[in-house]
Structures are given as C-alpha cells and as structure tokens.
Design a protein around this ligand. Structure first.
Ligand code: T46
Length: 135
C-alpha cells in the first residue's frame, strides 16, 4: 500500500451545493477514530512522524493542506488537498510533514484508536525501521 490521492463522489450541482461521501466499501479499513485540526498558523509544520500500524484517510474540509511524504520505500511525494471532494489515503510507515492554510480544517478517519506507542517521531528511527522492514 502506498500514499494515494483519491477523488470522492460528489452529489449535487452549483445551484444547490454538494455532498461528498465515503462509505465503508470505499475504505480499506474500519474507522475506529476521527479527529480534526484547525486554526493552524501558516508557518507551522505539523506531523514530523510516521505510524507503525495506523491507516488514515485525510480530507481538507476547507482551505488547503500540503503534505511532504516519504514512504517505506523512500519514495517521496508532494500532495496537496485543495477541495473537500479529495482525500488522501496514508498506509503505515509514511513520514509526513504537513502545512495548512490558516483557514484549513483537516479531518482524519483512522483505523485505530490513539496510541502514542505506535508513533515514530524520530526521522533516523523511521529510516532504520524501514531498512529492516525492506530486508
Ligand atoms: C496525523 C496528523 C494529520 C491525542 O491525544 N489523541 C489523538 O487522537 C491525536 C490525533 C492526538 N492526540 C494528542 C497527542 C499530542 O499531545 O494531541 C497532541 C498533538 O498531536 P500530534 O503532535 O501528533 O499532532 P499532528 O498534527 O502532528 O499529527 C496529527 C496526528 O497525530 C497524526 O496521526 O497524521 O495529525
């Protein structure tokens, strides 16, 4: 599994507005937790970690969110979410650095409950773990 930008279904039209949706069958996991992030100053970089187990779907409900990612194969990605009909799928072992516009609201649907022990918050440790994983 690799990071992937996904186009969501949008129902509606310009005169009435739109509904975008995610259904269980669209997801590679059952949602165990959701959280949202807002009012992030422009100059703050969030993330700077990877997860050992967590899978996530992230949506920019408003504003713009930019992701600098590195996956377990050391492949790098620059992905932007600029519209609520777009989502980002993140599998485990993806190092992420995230910047948000001040008006951005990031919502995340996650495959597991919060567990600080499955975070990798040190970049060198991330590199060592993916080296082992890829052997
Ligand atoms: C991710 C990005 C997009 C909790 O207590 N429970 C939670 O469910 C979460 C997500 C966080 N926290 C606590 C842990 C920290 O003390 O909230 C504080 C800030 O968390 P963190 O520094 O991890 O925030 P971000 O924005 O760097 O990362 C978060 C998620 O942790 C992460 O999974 O992918 O949002």
């Amino acid at each position: 599994m690799v990071p992937e930008k996904i186009k969501l279904n949008s129902i509606g039209e310009v005169n009435t507005g739109y509904i975008s949706l995610l259904e269980g069958t669209d997801l590679p996991f059952d949602i165990k937790r959701s959280y949202w992030i807002y009012s992030t100053p422009d100059d703050i970089i969030r993330g700077k970690h990877a997860h050992k187990e967590l899978q996530q779907i992230i949506i920019a409900v408003s504003g713009e969110i930019n992701f600098k990612l590195e996956d377990r194969f050391n492949k790098q990605y620059n992905i932007s979410l600029k519209h609520p009909s777009e989502a980002l799928f993140l599998p485990p072992f993806v190092w992420r650095e995230i910047t948000l516009s001040k008006d951005a609201v990031l919502i995340c649907f996650a495959s597991k409950e919060y567990n600080e022990l499955e975070y990798i918050r040190n970049y060198d440790e991330f590199q060592n773990l993916i080296k082992k994983y890829n052997k």
